[in-house]
Write a protein that binds this ligand. Structure first.
Ligand code: AVJ
Length: 328
């Protein structure tokens, strides 16, 4: 059900907009200020992210794609006959195609994405290329529990979560998400998950500070989106992109730095910024193979095969749901 609420300005807003607005107000009133990274991906943000994946400095997409290509046959053998592949986020159709092409015994594909428009466009293209595959898109925020289409019945389910998007979660949130996935996919299910690895700080920081400034534009687009969708009055020239590696926490942090003391209106409220104050917009956690495996074990997933590139930059894990898992 979609609840439509009227704002004091008399503009009707949907529940998705309400959730966005609530998160923006809470995040900008918090100390330190923060905004959830899931809001990066409107149409413009999704396109900017596509460009990021082609940048020379941004290694994860290229390397993970290479790992999947090199091991597609082995991975395909792990997928049961008549399986349903459930993908968490649908922005990575190139990787999905590698997996699905190698595994023609997969009958159904369920892409789950927060952005309905993006999902619809990708679904049409995939369906054209793979007419024998049943594609059942689900528009949902996979950071929360969601329902799978009822027509899946009790066919075996396989989770697919490439791109190291798991790195966007705080470790306790990743734990919750992995538990939900185990409960939803069922005992014995397989989960194929891409995880970026800890490595030299300069390789990591360059990946988020590209020469062409695409990552900066991607970060700043969040303010453009608040301006357009929530009546925000951010002056983009008043903020700068910053990305740095936090060695203690093993994570890249992205921030938007206020270049001056300023007041900004958004969502019908006013927010004060000190000069140099930041909005923390994203964490991208990096794991070692062992740290990720032990994390997964604590969330109901037993360890299976793990595939890496020659430089040990990126890992693709095949996890196996341990059995009876308590839903959180
Ligand atoms: C899509 C979350 C994996 O953290 O590397 C890329 C997003 N942010 N550049 C990442 C991102 C800045 C990306 N993930």
């Amino acid at each position: 059900m979609s609840i439509v609420v009227r704002t004091p300005r008399g503009v009707a807003i949907s529940d998705a907009e309400r959730a966005f607005s609530d998160d923006v107000v809470a995040g900008l009133q918090a100390e330190p200020k923060r905004l959830p990274p899931k809001y990066f991906y409107d149409q413009a943000g999704s396109e900017l992210f596509q460009r990021i994946t082609t940048l020379p400095e941004y290694y994860p997409t290229r390397i993970e794609t290479g790992i999947l290509e090199a091991h597609a046959g082995e991975i395909a053998k792990l997928l049961p006959h008549d399986a349903t592949v459930v993908e968490f986020g649908a922005g990575s159709s190139a990787k999905t195609r590698i997996l699905l092409r190698a595994a023609p015994h997969v009958s159904t594909y369920v892409p789950v994405d927060i952005s309905g428009e993006f999902l619809a466009a990708e679904t049409v293209r995939l369906q054209q290329d793979m007419p024998d595959l049943r594609v059942l898109p689900v528009e949902a925020d996979f950071t929360r529990p969601f329902l799978l289409p009822a027509e899946l019945g009790n066919r075996p389910r396989v989770g697919f979560f490439p791109g190291s998007t798991i790195g966007n979660f705080e470790p306790h949130e990743a734990n919750t998400m992995l538990r939900h996935a185990a409960a939803m996919l069922g005992p014995g299910a397989l989960f194929i998950i891409g995880v970026d690895l800890v490595k030299e700080a300069d390789v990591l920081t360059s990946a988020y500070n590209d020469e062409a400034g695409v990552t900066a534009a991607f970060n700043l687009n969040l303010l453009t989106r608040i301006n357009r969708e929530l009546g925000g009055e951010f002056n983009l020239a008043g903020f700068r992109h910053r990305a740095c590696y936090n060695q203690q926490q093993c994570r890249i942090e992205m921030h938007l730095v206020s270049l001056a003391r300023q007041k900004v209106r958004a969502c019908g409220k006013s927010f004060d910024f000190r000069r140099g104050e930041t909005i923390h917009t994203e964490n991208s956690y990096k794991y070692t193979i062992e740290s990720f495996r032990s994390h997964a074990r604590g969330a109901g997933w037993g360890n299976g095969a793990v595939f890496v590139d020659a430089q040990n930059y990126f890992s693709v894990h095949a996890l196996r749901a341990k059995g009876v898992v308590k839903a959180v």
